[in-house]
Ligand binder design. Structure first.
Ligand SMILES: C[S@@+](CC[C@H](N)C(=O)[O-])C[C@H]1O[C@@H](n2cnc3c(N)ncnc32)[C@H](O)[C@@H]1O
Length: 184
């Protein structure tokens, strides 16, 4: 399946809707036809039901062919393990945000979050960075690029060139909750 969109457009923008208008219908039909004669495997990155585009096919295939979804390990799980630091402790609330959200929404959620994950970063990094700064969280923010993949990179977000962030990149702020006191 060759996707017509690979950048991080807001899901409700006209460009996104136009580009994907027929794509999922077309591929749901093609997969349903194929599945009549053979088993079909759709490989997904991370977990198919976690902000995954497979969900658009899954809903279109309901009642047409049986679909079994195998749970996957989310990209964010790989990313926080790449930082070698727990993401949540004790009663931390983990907030997962999409970098496509408007800046005001990002600031509001970031300010209230204990632990924080921001996905769909890519070209949205400058806005995400501004929002973290306004919420007072930039100093604690990490960027993980290509988590668990070849070329994985972990860096403090404040040190990263915002013009050079790939599609597979997640921003993390670790929670502190009831973290045990560690010796200095
Ligand atoms: C459409 S979402 C799909 C999420 C996927 N279903 C999952 O379970 O992680 C794509 C976004 O997930 C994030 N992402 C997924 N895997 C990643 C990885 N291995 N490293 C860094 N970011 C990743 C990126 O922010 C990317 O823009």
């Amino acid at each position: 399946m060759e996707y017509p969109v690979t950048t991080e457009l807001p899901f409700d923008s006209p460009g996104y809707i136009d580009a994907l208008a027929h794509f999922y219908d077309d591929w749901a039909n093609r997969l349903a036809t194929l599945a009549a004669t053979e088993d079909v495997v759709v490989l997904c990155e991370g977990d198919p039901f976690f902000y995954g585009s497979f969900m658009h096919l899954h809903s279109r295939l309901q009642g047409r062919v049986p679909v079994e979804v195998i749970p996957g390990i989310t990209g964010m799980t790989g990313c926080w393990n790449a930082t070698d630091t727990p993401i949540t402790w004790g009663d931390d609330v983990l907030t997962v945000l999409m970098g496509t959200l408007p800046e005001e929404d990002l600031v509001r959620h970031m300010a209230n979050a204990d632990a924080l994950v921001v996905m769909k970063t890519g070209r949205n990094i400058p806005r995400i960075r501004r929002a973290l700064e306004r919420a007072g969280r930039l100093h604690a923010a990490w960027l993980v690029e290509r988590g668990t993949m070849p070329g994985q990179r972990v860096a403090r977000l404040a040190d990263v060139d915002p013009a050079d962030v790939p599609y597979f990149a997640i921003v993390l702020v670790h929670g502190h909750g009831r973290r045990p006191e560690l010796p200095e």
